[in-house]
Every structure is written in structure tokens, then in C-alpha cells.
Write a protein that binds this ligand. Sequence first.
Ligand code: NDP
Length: 499
Amino acid sequence: MNASAASARVESATSTFLNRPRELLIGGKWVPAVSGELLDVFDPSTARVLAKIAAGGAADIDAAVKAARRAFSSPPWAKLRAIERARLLYRLADAVESNADELAWLESLDGGNPVRSVRNVDIAMAIESLRTSASLADKITGETQLSAPQGEGFGYFLREPIGVAGLITPWNAPFLMAVNKIGPALAVGCTAVLKPAELAPLTALRLGELICELGFPDGVVNIVTGLGSVAGQALADHPDVNKISFTGSTRVGKSILAAAAINVKRVTLELGGKSPIIVMPDADLERAANAIGDEICFKTGQFCAAGTRLFVHQSVHDPLIAAIAARMSGIKVGPGTAPGTQMGPIISETQLERVLGFISAAGAQGAELVTGGRRIDREGYFVQPTLMVRACANMSLMRDEVFGPVLGAAAFEDANDLEQIAAMSNDTQYGLAAKIWTRDLRSAHQLARKLQAGLVTINGGGGDGRLPFGGFKQSGLGREGGREGALSFTEIKAVSVGY
Ligand code: NDP
């Protein structure tokens, strides 16, 4: 099939999907919300309605949790042989791969990110994530303690599935986040209720269709769309949910933690970030500038691990800033589905207003605009890639999660004072990621030890979904990804045996 025929096929499959009624997946069946109400989903590139979704509420969440509970115990998903759970997850990975172009197109319409980037990053990582989860299904085991402390006997511990997992996902990487939670939960034997973000729910619903086609037992995965304050809250509050895995804002993460106290739910939280980038005087400036400029524009700056506070040694400050500004101002901004687009829109008018607010507040507080700073005059929610220098630690630009393509920069003086560089970098409530650029291995590894962050990258080390991912401080609780992620859906049971 030639390229234009392939793209016509993808667009036609997407529009067929968009024209189907959007319902909730409960107990293996697509059903309308009890309220019968619908919510509009907008295309952020045009601000026009793209689709309507069911506005699920507490009654729908309750039905979904009951279906997940039935699937957990009878028929027993957790007792299905691990190799069988793995087989289904491998099949799901293959199905995602076969539908990758369509999924990328749909997610681009829904969330605004460039199709190419969604295909090559989000969908590619999701396929890998599913295969990693599948490969772990029969490898999450306990341990045996051969000698007992008193008398004869032995002890061992089991890792059992936690039960029903409530999964609440954000809009900035909706497909990948859904898969990163569903994969490990199912691999270890849990069943799930997924509540996708109302701003970009469509690929999660498409994932639900693929799951239904592949022969997963009914009720193993349930999907309830709806408002976070209604459906999300009902899931977090539900007394028969054993664990909540949440990705989103620190504000909502804290409310989930409070709700979890009701029945002492297990909780994993992936929250906000304000990640520092440290550029030492000996860094490869060209590589650093390109990577830093690209990263702040990746997903239009709407990703939790983005490097948003740049600390650069004064001796290389001016050339580095000039190179980053050139890179950022050359980024092609447009609708995610337009050919050549490198950066799409912000997700919503509210988020765009919020981003512009940070830029004008920083300007009023004395930060200097190097490039960008404005809304782009066209339909949709577009903003220019923005770089500001002379940013101070007390500015909201340097303290709060902006979630937009806005980078604040400051110079530091003493490259030998690693304590001071680390203190400056750690001066935040967050601790998700930290990025170091230097050719000096000694200072790179010394700094890595001093930084309070769940992920430290050195010279652009990229995301590896198999590494544990999560935050220090208010960036979260627990870890996702790889073996650690799968373990987080298990409960430990120790057994002590006497002869
Ligand atoms: P939220 O934290 O509000 O949303 C994340 C998810 O939580 C969504 O599915 C949302 O539902 C749901 N939710 C909202 N309120 C509740 C609740 N009371 N109980 C349970 N679930 C709930 O993020 P926003 O969309 O409001 O974004 C605001 C800011 O959060 C961003 O500017 C950014 O700073 C940060 N953020 C961080 C993310 C990250 O990856 N760390 C991801 C997204 C946002 P719904 O959307 O349907 O209302």
C-alpha cells in the first residue's frame, strides 16, 4: 500500500471509530452511563468538538468495580495460569502494533501531539510496555527461607495479586499511561477499572475495543469515562477497590491519598515535576542545546518529567541560551495531524491561559524573554515555545508545574561547588527527574547521588520503560515500570512452616 493510501485507510478507520457511540466498558459489554449524559471531547488544534463520551458516575463505577471483583474471583483471573495471562498480554501488544498508525492518529486528534511523535514514542513504548508486562507474568515470585530461626521448619513468602485495581490516567500521554497501568496489573493477576482523563479519553476506549476482541475474560478490564471529580472520586472512594494507581497533578494525588485512607487502599502516585537541568562548563553544548530545546517542546511541555529549570554555568550561559533559543524558535508548531508538525497545541483553553499566566508573571517579576512568550494567532490552543532567562528561585515559573513549552534559566558561578549546585536543583517541592550535562564522569556521578529525583539522566539518557519510574518528595509515591511496577500490584504473604 502506498503512503497516501495508507494514510487514507488510517483516517477512514479513525472516523469510523469516532462515529461509533462511545459507551462504558463494564463486565465485557459496552453500555451507556446510568445518567445517560454525555461529555464533549475537543480537538485542541481547532477547539471544535471531536467526539462525545459517556459521563460515567458513581453508579457506573460501582457496576465496574463489581464486574472487576467477579472477574477477579469467579471465574478466577488471578488463578489463570500466569503463562495464559502472558499469552493474552502478548496478543494485546501485537494488536496494538497492528493498529499503531490508527491509534497514533486518534491520539493526535484527541491530545494534539504530532502523529509521528505519538507513533514513535507513546505507541512504541506502549507496545514494549505490554511485552515487558507479559514477560513478567510468570516471574513475579516470592522467596523461600530454608532454615527456621527456632526449631525445625522453613518459611517462605508469596506474592499475590492485590485484587481490584483502580487506574486513573491523565490526558498528556493517555494511551501509554493506560497501558503502563493495565499491563502490570493484569500480569500479576489483578483486574482493573480504568478512568481515563475526560480531556483525551479516546485511545483508552479504542484499547478497550481491542481487549474485547482478543478474548480477555469479561470484567478483567473495565473502562468508565467521566469527570474526575465524579467518576474518579467515586473510584478513589470505593470500598471494594484494593489499590489506586494514579497519574496526574499533585493536588488530586493528595486527595486520592486521603480517600485511600477509607479502606487503607494501596496507592501508587505519579505526580508533578519541576525538573532541573544542570549544564556544566565542559558539556557538549550543541548536543545539550538541541536536547534541551526539543525536550521542552515535546508534548508541548506537557509531561511530568520535562526539564523546566535550567541551571547553566556562567562561562557557557550566553552561547547555550542562544543555541537553545535558535532550536526552539525553529520548531514547527501546528496541528498534530499536519505533515511536518513538531509541536502541537496545549490541551485546552484553561491550560493555555494558565501557561500564559506563568509567562506574564515571570516577566513582571524580572525574568527576561529570549524567545516566544505569546499565544499564536490561529484557531486552537497554540503558544510559542518560550525561553526566559534571569529566572529566580522564588518565581512561580521556577516553583510550579507550568505544563507548557516554557523554560526558565539561571546562571551559576562555581562549577566545583557540587553541594551548591545540588541545593539549587533540589530547591523544589518536587523530585521527579533531574538532568545533567557534563563530560566529567566524576561530577556527573557525584551530582547524581546528591540530586533528590526518582530519575537522573546524564548527557541525555532517555526513558527506558523497564527502569522504575516515580518521584521523590511531592512527585509521587511508589514506582511504575518494569519489575518494580509489577510488584506494586502484589501483596506479600509470609508463610511459616514447622515440622
Ligand atoms: P488532574 O490531576 O486533575 O487529572 C488527572 C486525572 O485525575 C484525570 O483522569 C482526572 O479526571 C482525574 N481526577 C480529577 N479530579 C479527581 C478526583 N477528585 N478524584 C479522582 N480523580 C480525579 O490533572 P489536570 O487535568 O487538571 O491538569 C492540571 C495540572 O496537573 C497540569 O497543569 C499539570 O501541572 C498536572 N498534571 C500532571 C500530570 C503528570 O503526568 N504528572 C498529568 C496531567 C496533569 P478528568 O480529567 O476526567 O477530570
